[in-house]
Design a protein around this ligand. Structure first.
Ligand SMILES: [Zn+2]
Ligand SMILES: [Zn+2]
Length: 355
């Protein structure tokens, strides 16, 4: 095993819209942590928002900061209290680490850890409030690292974070065999949600978006694709379901219009999962349908307890994530990768950084 250096290259966010690669210390590890050599780290829509200052003062709490929360790599060092992981294990990392003590953590909802409201270090959101993985090395507690089998590459591993969120959304929204499903927003989460719906026996999956991403949606199993730029989305979904509407709608776009479409397109008694965030943009909503038609609304945050199952689905080929990695960039070209993702070049789904 190669010697671990004392410094490493990392893409540091020095200021908003100012990321530069620099030499920084390799992270120290706590007794319950492992040091991981980063194999690949994806750029998320949230990263674009963080770097442009949308969540100023919160994500990150202060600058300079290392972003990056969708990643995998190889364990190179383990702390004294690490029990299962060993050097050489290939792993992917969750980004929420709950305090383990509060009522939410004790219910398994560590994505909603109560301590998160405070600056208590017992709760960490890596890549948002604690250092991320646009770097050669990153340290994480063993509890949020999951081993991936050899047939899952690090680039595919970088997709697990968002894929696990789709799985969490599916569990919240309870797709049943024979259900009609609408996925609004064919980004990474949307395209995995589409495949999950297929895998669990949805009858018809409708994907709403525009441009080349709709072709990819069709390739990945969408029965119907709807371009929201050519007409009213809700009407198009109703037309595609014999006027009834879908059983479940997944809002994965994070726009006010998509939230309205999701609420409008479900049938009576339907279920809506809100996954996207509008970035503090207000949404004007007629809520009468919610009581009148008993619509269930589910907020979906992150991916508690979902990594192991999602890894199994990818390893078994039930979810194709290979097609979702658009392009791999070296760390030095991280700004080009951010720009290309921002412009959605060629319908880009995920740009991945390989440190
Ligand atoms: Zn993300
Ligand atoms: Zn907690």
């Amino acid at each position: 095993m190669a010697e671990i250096p004392s410094t490493m290259r990392a893409a540091v966010t020095y200021d908003f819209n100012d990321i530069r690669v620099a030499e920084v210390p390799v992270p120290e590890i706590e007794p319950d942590e492992a040091l991981v050599r980063v194999g690949a780290c994806g750029i998320c829509g949230t990263d674009l928002k963080i770097v442009s200052g949308v969540y100023k003062g919160v994500w990150p709490p202060e600058l300079p900061f290392i972003q990056g929360h969708e990643w995998g790599g190889t364990v190179v060092k383990v702390g004294a209290n690490v029990k299962k992981l060993k050097i050489g294990d290939r792993v992917v990392a969750e980004n929420h680490k709950g305090c383990g003590q509060c009522i939410m953590c004790r219910r398994g909802k560590y994505n909603l850890c109560e301590v998160a409201r405070t600056r208590d270090k017992a709760y960490k959101l890596y890549g948002h409030t604690a250092p991320g993985a646009f770097a050669e090395y990153a340290s994480r507690p063993e509890s949020i690292l999951h081993v991936i089998p050899d047939n899952v590459t690090f680039e595919e591993g970088a997709i697990v974070n968002q894929g696990a969120m789709s799985l969490h959304a599916y569990r919240r929204c309870r797709i049943e065999a024979g259900d009609m499903v609408a996925v609004i927003g064919p980004g990474l989460v949307g395209l995995i949600t589409l495949q999950l719906a297929r895998a669990v026996g949805a009858d018809r999956v409708i994907v709403v978006g525009r441009g080349p991403r709709l072709d990819l949606a069709r390739e990945l199993g969408a029965d119907v694709v709807i371009d929201y730029t050519v007409g009213d989305t809700v009407k198009q979904i109703r037309d595609a379901t014999g006027g009834i509407g879908v059983d479940c709608a997944f809002e994965c776009a994070g726009t006010p219009a998509a939230v309205n479409s999701a609420l409008g397109c479900v049938r009576r008694g339907g279920r809506v999962a809100l996954i996207g965030m509008t970035g503090n943009k207000p949404v004007e909503l007629n809520t009468d349908r919610i009581p009148l038609d008993e619509i269930d609304l589910f907020g979906v945050r992150s991916s508690p307890n979902a990594y192991p199952e999602l890894i199994k689905l990818i390893a078994a080929g039930k979810i194709n994530v290979r097609k979702l990695v658009s392009r791999v960039y070296p760390l030095e070209e991280i700004n080009d990768a951010f720009d290309a993702f921002r412009k959605r070049e060629g319908g880009a789904i995920r740009m991945v950084i390989q440190p």
